[in-house]
Write a protein that binds this ligand. Structure first.
Ligand code: C2E
Ligand code: CA
Ligand code: CA
Length: 528
């Protein structure tokens, strides 16, 4: 078994162990080591056996010294080559393994290795605490100052983080702008919040990178091992949940995962499991909220809003399950169902009320759904199936999905425009630099977010903002819908400001499809 043996030279007939048995042993011990066998002339059977057992070569006695030298050189060269190749393979394997478990930018363990470390604590019953932190405004920094500066920022942040945590503590990059720390001995665990505090302090000093002064704080969520979850990922998720709640407390804050978050998390898991079933068993239902023209109070269309008729929990609003659906990918099948249901009803109303030929249905489309490769194809097929033309279908897309995907979105939008489909930017005003998109994207309509409408009469600033958005849409030749109109005063103000369309509880809440028929009947009467 000694690796320092370079090769074996053996006779066949030997005391204690004969050469053929030795060959078997060598093959068991070391796949690379080779033997050269010496045998008397005419001993053909033995030679054949030796070759079968992996002998590299054989020499016939009496042995010629030149022959011996050549054979030894040849054998050593072969073994040497095999060893080198093996080492190269080993290095390549290590490199691959490294890439699978370490982040190439910072050299830190990635999320899967981090989860491994949590698993180790769990199996050894070692108490631990997890700190999850995210870099505030990282995406914004990256998109405004460039990728290189963004990455440099992360690297310098890691340096600072290291000074705040005990030596040999696992620090991991768990996402593009997320880090996690595993404190896995009791005294450290007790100090988790002190460590969080020192991280906040250390990061509060601005970074100077290539002459740019950047301040970027973090939010920290802390979770402890006493939650008795089974999966490592559940603990990391718990720390993330706490981090999300720290977001609400503002910059540079820390939050602990607590019982209440725990029950929210449990509920989420239930929703997740239930939702998959709900989509296939038709527990979903669409409600429709009228959109009215402010000039003449006529209904111009409806926004389809999904609800979940849960067998035990009753009607659940999308606020509770859309984000779960988005995180799990279920939104794609959910969205497909909504699309078909909405188009089906639009087609039905059209045939019942041919007089209202401009009636539209607006359907909310989530980013994930928009970017599935067969989205356009499915949509076209549905329009054909229900004999609906693209111009009366509106797709509502939130401004926020444009931040990371402006180019990809542009492509899809352009394809949709070829089918004459109308595009609305939803929740307008709540995103980042909204104006930049408007020139570039083929958009037809902006939906002014509810938060501006319900505060515009109390806040001069928001009133000016609504006014500015309306001027903007006019000058760009777009249409505008005010969302969430709840009072007559709001409606009147919007009329004064020349807003074209509105929706909200003041006009009607979202209603089941069969409640829409009487509304449309009334429209026809008013009109004729
Ligand atoms: P959204 O697209 O901004 O939809 C408008 C929301 O405001 C709806 O809530 C609607 O019921 C509510 N609303 C309408 N008028 C008023 C009002 O006067 N006052 C108040 N306080 N609220 C009003 P809903 O139905 O709970 O939907 C919430 C969000 O869920 C939607 O926001 C949308 O982002 C999402 N969503 C709903 N249906 C779908 C869907 O089919 N697919 C996708 N991807 N998302 C959906
Ligand atoms: Ca919407
Ligand atoms: Ca909206």
């Amino acid at each position: 078994s000694d690796r320092s043996i370079d090769m074996v030279l053996t006779d066949i007939n030997m005391p204690e162990m004969d050469g053929l048995t030795l060959l078997n042993k060598i093959a068991e011990m070391d796949l690379i080591l080779k033997a050269v066998v010496m045998s008397a002339y005419g001993d053909m059977d033995n030679i054949r056996t030796a070759m079968n057992r992996g002998a590299f070569d054989f020499l016939i006695k009496p042995i010629d010294l030149d022959d011996l030298e050549i054979t030894i050189d040849k054998t050593l060269a072969f073994i040497g080559q095999t060893r080198t190749r093996q080492q190269e393979l080993e290095t390549a394997r290590e490199r691959l393994q490294y890439q699978a478990f370490y982040d190439s930018l910072t050299g830190l363990p990635n999320q899967s290795l981090f989860l491994d470390y949590i698993q180790q604590c769990l199996s050894q019953n070692r108490p631990f605490a997890i700190l999850s932190l995210d870099v505030e405004r990282y995406r914004l920094i990256k998109s405004s100052l460039g990728r290189t500066i963004g990455e440099q920022l992360l690297v310098e942040m890691v340096d600072r983080l290291r000074t705040c945590i005990p030596l040999n503590t696992t620090l991991s990059r768990t996402g593009s702008d997320e880090f996690a720390i595993l404190l896995d001995n009791l005294s450290q665990t007790k100090d988790a919040h002190f460590i969080a505090e020192s991280i906040h302090q250390s990061l509060s000093k601005p970074f100077v990178i290539e002459g740019e002064v950047i301040s970027s704080t973090t939010r920290i969520g802390i979770a402890y091992s006493d939650m008795n979850y089974e999966q490592p990922a559940d603990y990391l998720q718990a720390a993330d949940t706490a981090m999300e709640s720290a977001k609400k407390q503002g910059m540079g804050s820390t939050a602990f995962f607590d019982r209440q978050m725990h029950s929210v998390a449990i509920k989420r898991l239930q929703v997740e499991a239930d939702l998959a079933r709900a989509i296939s068993t038709e527990e979903l239902i669409l409600h429709y909220q009228p959109i009215v023209s402010l000039a003449d109070a006529k209904i111009v269309g409806f926004e389809a809003l999904v609800r979940w008729q849960h067998p035990t929990r009753g009607l659940i609003s999308p606020g509770e399950f859309i984000s779960v659906a988005e995180q799990t990918g279920l939104i794609v099948s959910l969205g497909k169902w909504v699309l078909e249901e909405g188009i089906k009803h639009l087609s039905l109303w059209r045939s019942q009320f041919p007089y209202l030929s401009d009636l539209t249905v607006s359907i909310n489309v989530s980013g994930l759904q928009l970017f599935t490769p067969d989205f356009i194809e499915i949509l076209e097929r549905l329009l054909q199936k229900y004999e609906v033309t693209g111009n009366i279908l509106k797709l509502e897309i939130t401004e926020s999905i444009l931040i990371d995907n402006a180019e990809a979105a542009k492509k899809v939008f352009e394809q949709l425009k070829q089918g004459n489909i109308q595009l609305c930017l939803d929740d307008f005003g709540t995103g980042y630099s909204s104006l930049a998109y408007l020139h570039n994207l083929p958009i037809d309509m902006l939906k002014i977010d509810r938060s501006f409408i319900n505060s515009m009469l109390a806040s001069q600033r928001n009133l000016r903002l609504v006014n500015a958005i309306l001027n903007l849409t006019e000058s760009l030749g777009l249409q505008a819908v005010a969302e969430g109109v709840e009072t007559r005063e709001q409606m009147q103000k919007l009329q004064e400001l020349d807003c074209q369309f509105a929706q909200g509880h003041f006009f009607a809440k979202a209603l089941p499809a069969d409640a829409i028929i009487p509304l449309l009947e009334r429209e026809v009467i008013i009109d004729s």
